[in-house]
Design a protein around this ligand. Structure first.
Ligand SMILES: [Zn+2]
Length: 271
């Protein structure tokens, strides 16, 4: 599942390619991908609009249409690709937006857990307000963690993955951030000392920034906006490395299950 670095990589590509383009034609091949609207209603809201900017909020791609916003969430296997009209068609095409200058924006999704929807200004503000703090923003500080963490006894890895608290950190980057912070993922959030919370803050920001630099992690499905894989998988230190040697201490990376998800960590390095 794409996490913050993968979505950010796509957004940076799209922010370079799309602004100034007008949506000329809307084809909805898979109506179930459109949330809260009929394919016709959705098409009517975005057809003829100019894309003014592309940003990210949590794991959502947000296109500013000058008033309304078009949002895309990739779900498990969604891909959003910029292509030339007539270029080879992807399988599992869900939505095609024909742009000017012979280009298309294509959304395809094998498992169809992704979704596309529009939000007017007020609805956007409500949506934005209900999401947690952006971990790469100035609001994600050690002080913020010191305020928020003592209120919860949830294991810190599960805590970090709650999108109402911190957005965009999923299973891969929560494990990696806690390894970098040298904090045991099983620790209750309210047991963490200020210096440990400061290390967690740094670990989260470092791993996300590095993963963006390497254009995200591809195991199976994730591709950037031009269809290329990310290169960060080779740089993961614990995730999906059960039984392998820890690069820091020479111990063995272990796997446990927390909240139904695999957690990878080094018991010798993380306390
Ligand atoms: Zn270790």
């Amino acid at each position: 599942m794409p996490e913050l670095p993968e979505v950010e990589t796509i957004v940076r590509d799209l922010a370079r390619l799309l602004p100034g383009s007008t949506i000329k034609k809307v084809e909805v091949v898979r109506p179930d991908l459109i949330e809260d609207d009929t394919p016709e209603g959705f098409a009517k809201k975005i057809k003829g609009k100019k894309i003014r900017g592309v940003t990210r909020r949590a794991k959502n791609i947000v296109m500013d249409l000058g008033g309304d916003r078009l949002l895309v969430n990739l779900g498990m296997t969604g891909r959003l690709l910029v292509a030339r009209a007539g270029e080879e068609e992807p399988t599992h095409l869900g939505v095609r937006l024909t742009l000017d200058k012979g280009r298309e924006l294509r959304y395809h999704d094998v498992r169809r857990f992704g979704r596309l929807w529009t939000l007017a200004d007020d609805a956007w503000r409500t949506f934005d307000g209900e999401l947690g703090v952006e971990p790469l923003s100035d609001n994600f500080t050690a002080e913020w963690l010191q305020q928020a963490a003592p209120r919860s006894r949830v294991a810190v890895k599960t805590w970090l993955m709650d999108q109402a608290r911190v957005v965009g950190v999923g299973n891969i980057y929560a494990s990696e951030a806690l390894f970098r912070a040298k904090v045991d993922p099983r620790r209750p959030a309210n047991s963490l000392a200020p210096d440990e919370l400061a290390r967690i803050r740094d670990g989260v920001r470092q791993v996300l920034a590095e993963a963006i630099e390497f254009r995200g992690t591809t195991f199976l499905d994730y591709r950037d906006a031009s269809g290329q894989e990310g290169a960060f998988a080779a740089r993961l230190k614990v995730y999906d490395r059960e039984g392998q040697t820890c690069g820091v201490c020479g111990g063995t990376v272990e796997r446990i299950v927390q909240g139904g998800r695999s957690t990878f960590f080094c018991p010798a390095c993380q306390h």
